[in-house]
Design a protein around this ligand. Structure first.
Ligand SMILES: [Fe+2]
Length: 386
């Protein structure tokens, strides 16, 4: 997250004595970084040592159940068929996975308040399709609503509050950090003028919660596809202040400013995030191409080096027939895909689109899970036969 942020109280100089105001001792500094000591980092200051583990509980295997099936087949998954579940973690259903990421759906009904969660494997991207609430973390809170991306760096301890029981989330767990696209940043990390969004659009963590509580605090920690349960002596939200670049944040898809042109613009203009292993793009309502002979629908294309996953959020999906909210399409690398029959002709002369969708293009092939097969409509591959 290439923007400096700070909250609460911190000492004037890093790594120096930071006394508690009541004279009872010192605050405890913790460096919270990624990519060894080369990536984003924050320094946070705890009331208590963040290392006091009382008990180590059992571990649960969360490995996605991969199925051996045809990987060269276009598919459509009916995402809203994922059943809601009360618990935030239990509601998660991995759909498509590879060694770099897990792409899934979740319909949690209840706020996460009984325990804390930390993903030690991956950065998390939560796209909020339905619902609103507050992401509560060690480093402050981020309120969210329909259309928000929440980016939670690996290692962040968090809980989440939902305002209602009707929540739908499209999520990606990424084993490499999730960044803004490099080509939109200058040498110093500032977003450039041609970036489709800027720093003012960020939802930074605020309202730092500082709990000075002793007890038994369960933190469920995901590591190596296992969910471990550690009981800590002190409330993990005991941070009095932090500063740095590594923290949870949000960004609304509705603040993505589309880049348009006289003729059809390629998918990179929609890019919103980058990682070492995939990109995330936002397809937003926008004016169509304005060349007098323009064809607004995309051309057929061979994404030979990536698998293309599109999650459909809202609006009319100009290049597709029979697509609805919550659907996911998979266009695997290796075979071309393009507009459905009639879609190209229908698009000519249209002035704008209201489509809203999130695309994840992975550089390595994706594997299907057992749950993905249950959501697969089984006939999408033939939907280009006019
Ligand atoms: Fe495509």
């Amino acid at each position: 997250m290439p923007i400096y942020h700070k909250s609460g109280n911190i000492p004037a100089k890093r790594h120096t004595q930071f006394e508690k105001p009541d004279g009872s001792g010192f605050y405890y500094e913790q460096l919270f970084g990624t990519v060894g000591f080369d990536g984003m980092a924050s320094l946070m200051y705890h009331i208590h040592r963040p290392t006091e583990v009382i008990q180590v509980g059992d571990s649960i295997d969360l490995s996605p159940k991969i199925v051996d099936t045809n990987q060269l087949m276009m598919r459509k998954f009916i995402g809203f068929n994922v059943l809601p579940k009360e618990d935030f973690l239990e509601s998660r259903v991995p759909i498509l996975v590879n060694k770099d990421c897990i792409i899934g759906l979740a319909a949690p009904q209840k706020s996460l308040r009984d325990y804390f969660y930390k993903n030690a494997d991956a950065d998390e991207l939560l796209f909020i399709h339905k619902g609103s609430g507050t992401l509560r973390t060690q480093l402050g809170n981020v309120s969210f609503e329909y259309g928000d991306y929440l980016i939670i760096p690996r290692g962040m301890i968090y809980q989440i509050d939902f305002d209602t029981i009707d929540n739908r989330i499209f999520y990606v767990e990424s084993h490499s950090p999730i960044y803004t696209p490099k080509r939109y940043r200058n040498y110093f990390g500032q977003l450039l003028e041609h970036s489709p969004y800027c720093e003012r659009d960020y939802k930074l963590p605020e309202n730092l919660e500082t709990h000075d509580e002793q007890g038994e605090f369960v933190i469920k920690i995901k590591k190596q596809n296992k969910l471990h349960s550690l009981v800590y002596r002190y409330h993990p939200f005991d941070v009095v202040g932090f500063d740095g670049y590594n923290y949870p944040w949000g960004f609304s898809i509705h603040n993505f400013e589309p880049i348009t042109g006289r003729i059809h613009q390629p998918p990179p203009v929609h890019q919103t995030f980058q990682t070492d292993a995939f990109v995330v793009c936002s397809f937003c309502p926008r004016l169509f191409d304005y060349h007098p002979k323009a064809i607004p629908a995309p051309y057929n294309h061979s994404n030979i080096d990536s698998d293309e996953v599109i999650y459909y959020v809202d609006g009319d999906f100009m290049s597709r027939n029979d697509i609805a909210q919550g659907h996911i399409t998979l266009h695997p690398g290796g075979i071309p895909h393009g507009p459905h029959p009639g879609a190209m002709e229908r698009s000519i002369g249209k002035k704008e689109t209201q489509e809203l969708a999130v695309m994840v293009d992975t550089f390595r092939p994706l594997l299907l899970t057992e749950d993905a097969l249950k959501l697969d409509d089984g006939k999408y591959f033939g939907s280009w036969i006019g």
